[in-house]
Write a protein that binds this ligand. Sequence first.
Ligand code: NOJ
Length: 711
Amino acid sequence: MVSWNTPAVNARANEILSKMTLAEKAAQMVQVPFAYVTREEALMWAKRGAGSFLHVLGNDAREIQAAAMGTRLGIPVLFGIDAIHGHGLNQQAVIFPSQLAAACSWNPEIAEEMGRVTAREVAADGLHWTFSPVLCLGRDTRWGRIDETFGEDPYLAGELGAAIVRGYQGDDISDGEHILACAKHYIGYGDAVGGRDSVDTEMTFRKLKETFLPPFARAVEAGVATIMTAYGSIDGTPFTASERAMRTILRDELGFAGFVVTDWDNVASLVNNQHVAADIDEASLLAARAGNDMMMTTTAFYESAIRLVESGKLDESVLDEAVRNILRVKIAMGLLERPQDRGTPACLGCAEHRESALAAARESVTLLKNDGALPLDPSIRSIAVIGANADDIRAQYGDWTYFTHPHPSPKTTPARPYVTLLEGVQMLAEPHGIAVTYARGCGPLPNEADDLDAAVAAAQDADFIVLAVGDVIEQSGEFRDRADLSLSNRQEELFFRLRALGKPVVTVLIATKPLCMTKVAEESAAFIAAFNGGMYGGQAVAEAIFGALNPSGKLPISFPRHSGQIPVYYNSMPGWHGGKYVDLPDTPLFVFGEGLSYTSFAYENVHVDAQTLQLSVRLTNTGARAGSETAQVYVRDLVSSVITPVKRLIAFQKVTLEAGESRELVFQLKRDDFSLLLPDELRVVEPGEFTLFVGGSSKDGDLLRQNINLS
Ligand code: NOJ
């Protein structure tokens, strides 16, 4: 783990700081958006001593760095980029499953490897910093950025978040192969009202600490270098202006030692969007005082900060503190010794990295329904693959990959280093002499090429149908929330026309989020959630269909039955009247933690020792083939002085067992796992009875229970 605040690092930061002018300090706090300034302006900012640039690649970065190095103090610039599931703004990069798809693996090793490989590729491009991971919770699935989250649960998001941070930063970040991580968006952004991107949040400090803070706390424990401020507000104060969020909670309580960067133009938004400051000077004053160290894209902060200090409105020590935080990170990562050309350029898109993307894709495949149609019966002679998303690499990749692997790609080797679902099925069918037909049918957006009749004709003579449904990038991401999550365009109609042929239809969801597709999922012979599986998402799903891969994914997020049921998540607070609508069952279609395998697992003999807090359970693979299972432990506080969730994940373990193999799993729980926050935000463990649940999903029917009494 990297340490940002050793005495040696601090001393060196103070020495540089003592030589800096007021203007140099103000510039160090500015992050310049390369795409929004001219080349001359970019060089001018580098010469002023801007602390960072975002979204610069290759030679442009080298030129800017050379200009920065030529200044009086020669403090190198930090280059930041959105490398979100791979270095997706580079054409040659390896693309991993989205965070949401990767979270289906419930495997921190997968997240760590994603971080390690992405870091190598970003570093190879001469860059130092990714704005990842997203540690917002994905609860309101209408939100356009659900794919960027690790799902709905604070504990799972924290475990995977800490792991990806370890992967990005490594043990020795000065080795040139690792980069800075950024936990974002601090905090509550994902809880924007109505799932509408960047509108306000209805947050309280208690709710923030109980639900939304834990993943950030884990990232801080893992040594995350930077934290990005969210857009929303808390109790009327924008997070950008919240000293309590940024100084008291983040620094004093969590012990964060890196630096805070705002999100896109948050400072000017205090004037233009949130209307808590009359002008940019007032906004800059609020932002600096609250503890934002670097201002993303708000270059006007530079003049404001100088004016504020010169007029006596802002104490220069506030700037000193921010600049010290930034310098410490630059020093600790060895940037001063090695400002550029840190990585290994040949590693971009290399075979070893592609292997990691394939491994991640395989673990993300989540089988949610199977009436026995899968794995494919060897007697099947022909398969019809239908649906636009079965052969649309952009839909398979999802967000933040706009430039990767364009068609055709002269730069990449191999030229098409990815496998769509159609290609995956073709690859696996060919050796067995199974015929594959393909028809687009329709995609998620209305398109002149939609042709349902042609799809039905293509499937008519096939023994088996694989239908890909989902969404495309126009339906998700920033500014792109959806009020209606049902299958768009004519995808449902397409399903029922294929279903009417009387053959097994396996439906594969290639989408950024759980869509509302209750009837389709219920009437499919099998249903697989693939989400955005990255380069090899198509291959991994095809392997699962053919049985070469035994699926092991578990949902990190619940599937609503209907858009009107959103938000629906397993760890809700208890209520009465059943908490249901008159026209819907009270449960989601598929709930957090669910996921099937081609084998079966049995849990027995749960035992909990209230003294040692050790929980043990016997897990047996009762089926006929090897498989991986994620055992999940939940807790319920039976009587508490404040309401607590009906169930809360506190531990999990993913294990692989041979057919018939049985193993005793031991979970070492912590006393803190049983704690709650009192109304005055004091964390306590209240004595009394708790129920522990252990099993293969968060569904009551899948869980064994054992009560313990804590004094
Ligand atoms: C705004 C987004 O909210 C944030 O996640 C991203 O890192 C920045 N833009 C930089 O692109």
